[in-house]
Ligand binder design. Structure first.
Ligand SMILES: NC(=O)NCCC(=O)O
Ligand SMILES: [Zn+2]
Ligand SMILES: [Zn+2]
Length: 484
C-alpha cells in the first residue's frame, strides 16, 4: 500500500521546493514530480513538513502529590491533532528506586500512545546502583539523555556533587545531561518568606522564581558540564538571564543547547496578576511566565540560533488539582498544557509575524531536536528512507483555541481565545494517516518507542579535547633536597 502526498511545497530546515512525497509502509520512498500511488493526499496550497517533535512532556507524571491528567493516550492524541508526531517524556525514579524498575513503569503507561515516543531518564537520587544502571539505560535501553532537576528541593532536586558525578558518567557513556535550571535553595527560601508575609496567591509563585534563580543555575550547570566534558541541554529556558549564559557558552565553543517553551514565548507574567484565582493558578509552572523583554530575548535566540528548540513541557493539571494550593501557592501543582497548540501558536506568532522563516519553524519544532536527540534523519526529515512522520500544513486554516474543542483531558486551555492561523490538514505517523482533513483517525497503541544511540561524534570530540588538555604532572630532574 503506497500513499502519495501531492501538490504541496516541501519545507525542511534548509530547503523549500515543490515536489510530491511517496510513502510505502512506514517510510518515505520517493520525492519528485508527478508521483502516483494507491492513495493520494491533496496537499495543494499546503506546506509538507517533518512532523513536530516535542522533546519535553510529562504524561501521567507523578508530581506534587498527584498525577498530571493527560496520559499517553490523551496527550499523544493532542500531539497528532496539532501536527506533532513524536514526544519525549521523562522517566522519573522515586528516591531509592532502580532506574530499570522505573522504566518498566513508564513502558506500561506508554503502550497507549498514538504517536512515537522516547524518554529522558531522570537522575533523582545518586549512588553506585544509579551509576551502574546508567550504562544499561544507554547501551541496552536506547536512552541517551539524563535529566537533572536543580529545583524542587526535598523532592526531585539533586545536589551539585551528584550532578557532577552524573555528568561525568554521561561523558563516559556518550550520553547527554539535561537540566531544569533553577536554584532550588533560593526558591525554597523566597517561598517561605513570601508565605510568612501572607503572600500566598499564585502570583507569589512567580515572585519566588525570579530570572536570577534561573540565570545562576544555568551558569552553574554549564560550568559543571564543561568540567565534566559533556554537552548540555537546558530545558524550558524562559529568560534573558539563562539565555545569556547559554549564548555566552556557545560563543566560547561549549556544546550547550537551550529550549524555550511556546508558553514563555507567547504568554507573559500579567497572567499571574489576574483577579481570578483559577485563571492565575492554571498558569502556574516553573519557570514562570516572564515580561516582554525576556520574551523578545527568546524570539531573538530562535532566529539567531543561540536557542535551538521550541517545546511545551506539557504537564496538564485540572482546575480541581490546581485548587490543592488555594491557601498556599507552593502546593499548586506546577505545569501547563500545550501539546496540541505548539505548532499553530508558533506559526501564528512566529512565521505569520515574520519573526521566523518557515525553514526556521521546521528547524526549531523538529529537525534541530532530531539532531540533538541523535535520531536524525530517521525523524525530523523529509528524505528518502526517513520515517513518514509528516505534517501537511494549511497556512490558511484558522481557529480560535478553546478547551471545548481540544483533545487534552483538562478543563481549560492556557491559550483560550487565541486566534491561530496555520493548522494541519493531514498528520502522518510512520505512514499512517492519523489526522485527515482536520479529523482524528489515529489509533491508540500505534506509537512505538524510538531507541536513541549514544553520541559518538560530540562525545569523542569532547573526550579527546579533555584528555589533551588534562592537567599533567611536571617531571623534574634535580629536585632540591628538603630544607628540613
Ligand atoms: N514545568 C513545570 O512547572 N512542571 C513540570 C515539571 C518540570 O518540568 O519542572
Ligand atoms: Zn522543569
Ligand atoms: Zn518538564
Amino acid at each position: 500500500m503506497s500513499t502519495v502526498i501531492k501538490g504541496g511545497t516541501i519545507v525542511t530546515a534548509d530547503l523549500t521546493y515543490t515536489a510530491d512525497v511517496k510513502i510505502e509502509g512506514e517510510t518515505i520512498v520517493e520525492i519528485g514530480r508527478d508521483l502516483s500511488g494507491d492513495e493520494v493526499l491533496d496537499a495543494s496550497g499546503c506546506m509538507v513538513m517533518p512532523g513536530g517533535i516535542d522533546p519535553h512532556v510529562h504524561l501521567e507524571m507523578p508530581f506534587m502529590g498527584t498525577y498530571s491528567t493527560d496520559d499517553f493516550e490523551s496527550g499523544t492524541r493532542a500531539a497528532i491533532a496539532g501536527g506533532t508526531t513524536m514526544v519525549v517524556d521523562f522517566c522519573l525514579p522515586n528516591p531509592g528506586q532502580s532506574l530499570l524498575e522505573a522504566l518498566q513503569r513508564w513502558d506500561n503507561k506508554a503502550g497507549r500512545a498514538h504517536c512515537d515516543y522516547s524518554y529522558h531518564m531522570g537522575i533523582t537520587w545518586w549512588d553506585e546502583q544509579v551509576f551502574n544502571e546508567m550504562k544499561t539505560i544507554v547501551e541496552d535501553k536506547g536512552i541517551n539523555t539524563f535529566k537533572h532537576f536543580m529545583a524542587y528541593k526535598g523532592a526531585l532536586m539533586v545536589q551539585d556533587d551528584e550532578m557532577y558525578a552524573s555528568f561525568q558518567r554521561c561523558a563516559e557513556l556518550g550520553a547527554m545531561p539535561l537540566v531544569h535550571a533553577e536554584n532550588g535553595d533560593v526558591v525554597a527560601d523566597l517561598s517561605a518568606k513570601l508565605l510568612a508575609a501572607g503572600n500566598n496567591g499564585p502570583e507569589a509563585h512567580a515572585y519566588s522564581r525570579p530570572p536570577q534563580v534561573e540565570g545562576e543555575a544555568t551558569n552553574r550547570a554549564i560550568m559543571i558540564a564543561d568540567m565534566a566534558g559533556v554537552p548540555l541541554y537546558v530545558v524550558h529556558t524562559s529568560c534573558e538571564d539563562s539565555h545569556e549564559a547559554i549564548r555566552r557558552a556557545r560563543q566560547q565553543g561549549k556544546r550547550v543547547y537551550g529550549e524555550p517553551l511556546i508558553q514563555h514565548l507567547t504568554l507573559d507574567e500579567s497572567e499571574y496578576f489576574d483577579k481570578d484565582w483559577d485563571h492565575a493558578a492554571r498558569r502556574v509552572m516553573s519557570p514562570p511566565f516572564r515580561n516582554k523583554q525576556h520574551q523578545d530575548s527568546l524570539w531573538a535566540g530562535l532566529a539567531s540560533g543561540s536557542l535551538q528548540v521550541v517545546a511545551t513541557d506539557h504537564c496538564a493539571f485540572t482546575t480541581d488539582q490546581k485548587r490543592t494550593g488555594i491557601n498556599d501557592f507552593t502546593k499548586i501543582p506546577n505545569g501547563t498544557g500545550g501539546l496540541e497548540d505548539r505548532l499553530p501558536m508558533l506559526w501564528t506568532y512566529g512565521v505569520v509575524t515574520g519573526r521566523l522563516t518557515m525553514n526556521e519553524f521546521v528547524a526549531v519544532t523538529s529537525t534541530n531536536i532530531a539532531k540533538i536527540l541523535n535520531i536524525y534523519p530517521k525523524k525530523g526529515a523529509i528524505l528518502v528512507g526517513a520515517d513518514a512522520d509528516i505534517v501537511v500544513w494549511d497556512p490558511t486554516k484558522t481557529k480560535t483555541i478553546s478547551a471545548k474543542t481540544q483533545q487534552s483531558a483538562i478543563d481549560y486551555n492556557v491559550f483560550e481565545g487565541k486566534q491561530v492561523q496555520g493548522l494541519p490538514r493531514f498528520t502522518l505517523s510512520r505512514g499512517t494517516v492519523s489526522l485527515r482533513d482536520g479529523e482524528l483517525t489515529s489509533k491508540e497503541g500505534h506509537g512505538q518507542f524510538v531507541k536513541r544511540e549514544p553520541y559518538q561524534a560530540v562525545g569523542k570530540a569532547l573526550s579527546t579535547w579533555k584528555e589533551l588538555t588534562a592537567p599533567r604532572k611536571i617531571e623534574r630532574s634535580g629536585i632540591p633536597a628538603s630544607g628540613v
